[in-house]
Design a protein around this ligand. Sequence first.
Ligand SMILES: Nc1ncnc2c1ncn2[C@@H]1O[C@H](COP(=O)(O)OP(=O)(O)OP(=O)(O)O)[C@@H](O)[C@H]1O
Ligand SMILES: [Mg+2]
Length: 374
Amino acid sequence: MAATGVNNMENERFLRSVINASPNAVITINEAGEILVFSRAAQAMFGFGEAEVLGKNVSMLMPEPDHSLHDGYIRRYIETGKAQIIGRARPVMARRKNGETFPAVLHVSEFDEGARIFVGFVEDITRQKATERRLEDTQLQLQHAGRIGAMGEIATSIAHELNQPLTAAASMAGAVALTLKKTTFDGKDDALALIDDAVAEIRRASGVIRQMRDFLRNRETERAAHPINRIIEESCLIALIGAETEGVMVTSALDDHAGAVMVDRIQMQQVIVNLIRNAVDAMQETRNKHLTIATAKKDDTVEIRIADTGTGITDEMKKRLFEPFATSKEDGMGIGLSLSKSIVEAHKGEIYAKDNHPAGTVFVVALPAAKDDA
Ligand SMILES: Nc1ncnc2c1ncn2[C@@H]1O[C@H](COP(=O)(O)OP(=O)(O)OP(=O)(O)O)[C@@H](O)[C@H]1O
Ligand SMILES: [Mg+2]
């Protein structure tokens, strides 16, 4: 069964079709690093035509430091037989004809056809990287905003809780001073001076608390028109990372005509993320776990609904639902809903809960729709 010339040509054509059909760039080189095959996907990825690269050193497709080091990599491999990269997929930076560099995953195999040939498969992962980075950024911002927001709420509560006793202490000290002034005894002036000092210290403490509260409250908000459905989609991604979502069926019913809202994107994501997390938490113990996320436009209002089939809210909790530190959870802070309410109200919107039928809870957030020219 000696191969005929025709068969050889057919084989080659077949091989070429296979190589060109690969969605990843396929590049083969010889021991000298010279390019022998440069697939169609490679041409699209790197921007070079085949004629521009055949016979050239493959290092032209790499930025520094690999560009200068690549010949050495091949030489070392041939001398020592120690593979650094062959047989493994690894992340690298690659360079296009226009000089642009991009992140890629490179997989190299080797075969021997009389002479050694290396085949590289290159996958452009620019888009994955960008998505990853966007997600990380958003999460970081959200965590940051969340922490600042939560701290602002805590600071407000602490300020409130402490101001009362401090004010009381100051007036009691004042009353003691008045009483003392009516009496005579040794060291009276010293005692009065001490009371003055005590009152001054109390005032200072109140001042520190007030400053802390104001500092934490004044995060600059940046409002712009954002499509509500996009905010919801981003929030879902974030909310469902790391949440105990096993067995939870998520239905999204986003109205294509829901339109945009004028909001601080991060803050609004915080609201949605907390509502989704709460819904998922409420379904931990229930058999039926169905989360529905919907948007709808009603006149000048955009409505967001997060419905769950969870335990529902106890009557006790209903009374304090939006108060800071109201929580029924072991590891809960009870900050989520109070923060959400201040954010929604700052946007001239409304947030409320109602019972879902037959079981569970629906949270509704209603926001003014952005004007068309916004
Ligand atoms: N979808 C829901 N179903 C049932 N109960 C809920 C739901 N959402 C909120 N709750 C109740 O309201 C309480 C307050 O919610 P909130 O988000 O303010 O705080 P949290 O979730 O307990 O803590 P965190 O500060 O981490 O958000 C919860 O502890 C829970 O008892
Ligand atoms: Mg919560």
